[in-house]
Design a protein around this ligand. Sequence first.
Ligand code: SF4
Length: 56
Amino acid sequence: MAYVITDDCTTCGACISVCPVEAISEGEDKYKIDPDTCTDCGLCADECPFDAIKQG
Ligand code: SF4
């Protein structure tokens, strides 16, 4: 069960550097998490200033 980035994402980029497996990338209008790469560690959810990353 991967984490997902909600519409609360402002594309600030705070999450990208904390992901240990580089699962986060820029999407169309918000960032996205590759569910096949995400290891469900939760580091990005802790880092997001807008609480936009939720457990899927
Ligand atoms: Fe990366 Fe962990 Fe966030 Fe998954 S939960 S996208 S592995 S930082």
